[in-house]
Design a protein around this ligand. Sequence first.
Ligand SMILES: CC(=O)N[C@H]1[C@@H](OP(=O)(O)OP(=O)(O)OC[C@H]2O[C@@H](n3ccc(=O)[nH]c3=O)[C@H](O)[C@@H]2O)O[C@H](CO)[C@@H](O)[C@@H]1O
Length: 352
Amino acid sequence: MKILMVTGGTGGHIYPALALADYIKEHKGYPVTFIGNEDRMEATLIPEKGYAFYGLKTSGLAGSIVKKGKAVFQSLRAINKAKAILKKENPDVIIAFGGYVSLPVCIAAKKLKKKVILHEQNSIAGKANKMASRYADCVIICYENARKDFPNNKVLLLGNPRATLASKHAFNQASFDALGLDSSKPLGLIVMGSLGSSSVAHKLKEILPNIQDVNFLYVAGKNNMDSAQELVADNVKVVDYVDQLAIIDAFDFVICRAGATTAAELAASGTLSILIPSPFVANNHQYYNAKAMVDDGYAFMIEEKDVDEKHLQNYIETYICKPDLAKKMKEAAIAHGFQDACQNIVEVIEKI
Ligand SMILES: CC(=O)N[C@H]1[C@@H](OP(=O)(O)OP(=O)(O)OC[C@H]2O[C@@H](n3ccc(=O)[nH]c3=O)[C@H](O)[C@@H]2O)O[C@H](CO)[C@@H](O)[C@@H]1O
């Protein structure tokens, strides 16, 4: 069986696809090829991981009439290019992980009568996935809430492939030691998704130095290192990137955005979190990702507008000073973790 995956734009769409591809390679040996945007992070990340990669030029349907017109024109060209790639590669199944690059590939796939599976990471579906669902044979979701965004007879709630990876992740002592953190105090990891956040960095710079009983590692994101430098303090180290899953076990809690892939990893690995959902995403979907986690009893949430010392200190103390409650929350996280996501998705691929 040959599989082709479509993914792109941000880590939250790319890492789940890579996790599934690695699982398929290890357990089934089926070849996997990728299509993504020719000018986004996937164009380097995916070939670096050893997979064949085809790039398309696409952009989102947003902004001025001229920009929208350009996006439509690019999509039409992308459909033709995708058709040529699909004819050459001749995959049995196409799995699309969202982002606007998915849509032209799904359209091309259906024109060639190929089987299409969509993967939606978020609790509110993205625009591209909603449009692509009419060309899909099956839609895999990670939150019950996303079911209503798709034709009900196509939906399966199976979770995010990164959950499987997170449940099996190996702590890497050398990666942790290289960070040079003082672990004689509780440790907090702060990571703002694959793109970072300058607005949260700006708020935290006033707050973190006052929480002296915790040492923090702030992961800024490669494009935010300048604004993040203002955070450096006795108890705060700043780096641009970490392999989140390799070091997460060393931390007592994580403060982070509520990107769906990070959220899936937190649940599957039983990691305690304080979520600050990004207010700058489509349909406020991170708020709803976070709300589902809070409702299921395994995370706290502070909206960005409410981030202050009192709120943060309050939640941090709960994790550190109430071990019984922290243990209960960890158990609730693991119970909602979809640790078998990869195995269950592969069964669907084989059946389809
Ligand atoms: C601004 C934006 O549009 N964000 C979206 C994007 O988030 P974003 O790309 O930030 O994705 P997530 O937070 O969901 O996932 C980030 C991934 O990168 C990894 N990682 C990240 C930083 C780092 O230093 N090290 C590291 O290993 C994490 O372990 C995780 O696997 O896609 C998500 C999934 O569709 C959406 O829910 C988010 O709303």
